[in-house]
Design a protein around this ligand. Structure first.
Ligand code: CA
Length: 222
């Protein structure tokens, strides 16, 4: 899951970034409104965390312009004051949720993951295909009734495959959503991780769920 964090206060930005990275989100930071718009147009984000008080262009304007450009990524607005007006403006501009500063990181995390789940899975955060089940909230994986232990990177990769089940995901898509670095250096790493994942998920099972689509990428399906 790739998140764009738009925040000009360096300390606040690195505090949020650190916390999100610990939860295995891929995080990019933009420190003004103009850069945020640029980043959001060239990269496929799963969520945008958007501060209102920003240099160059404020968060409300950024939000409105994103929606005009038909970028429908969920937006979590950060309002610095507990002002009703800011919240109303934010929601009217197309934000999906807001959080008033100061906030507890746990609350930011809960709201972010609710927005990330909203379109893609049911509210419980349980994704299921065949006899494979993953719990996005508890980071738990079960196949045929047995729990499988995954590293956090393996989990992020499997989660991404599950969210796109039955659709081919290319290595570029994987590198953009699950890794941070640029794609060229990653081709090998992705294949290596995919093998780790296969060994844990499919090995010993009659039905293979992870399939290679030659020349394209991977697909998770029955
Ligand atoms: Ca700010």
């Amino acid at each position: 899951m790739r998140i764009l964090l738009v925040e000009d206060e360096t300390r606040m930005a690195s505090f949020i970034e650190r916390g999100l990275k610990e939860e295995d989100y891929v995080v990019d930071i933009a420190n003004d409104g103009e850069k945020a718009l640029f980043q959001a147009e060239i990269n496929p984000y799963d969520l945008i965390i958007l501060d209102i008080m920003l240099p160059v262009k404020d968060g409300i304007t950024v939000c409105r312009e994103l929606r005009i450009k038909k970028i429908n990524t969920p937006i979590l607005m950060l309002t610095s004051k507990d002002r009703v007006k800011d919240k109303v403006l934010g929601l009217n501009a197309g934000a999906d949720d807001y959080l008033s500063k100061p906030f507890a990181f746990e609350e930011l995390l809960a709201r972010a993951s609710a927005l990330l789940r909203r379109d893609k899975a049911d509210k419980t955060g349980i994704l299921k295909i065949s006899d494979l089940e993953i719990d996005q909230l508890r980071h738990k994986v079960i196949r045929a009734g047995n729990e499988i232990k995954l590293t956090s990177k393996e989990f992020a990769l499997l989660e991404y495959l599950m969210l796109n089940a039955t659709h081919v995901v290319t290595r570029t898509m994987i590198s953009e959503h699950v890794w941070h670095e640029d794609f060229d250096s990653l081709t090998n790493v992705i294949d290596v991780y995919m093998n780790f994942l296969r060994n844990k998920i499919d090995k010993g099972h009659k039905k293979q769920l992870i399939h290679t689509v030659f020349g394209k990428g991977y697909v998770l399906k029955e």
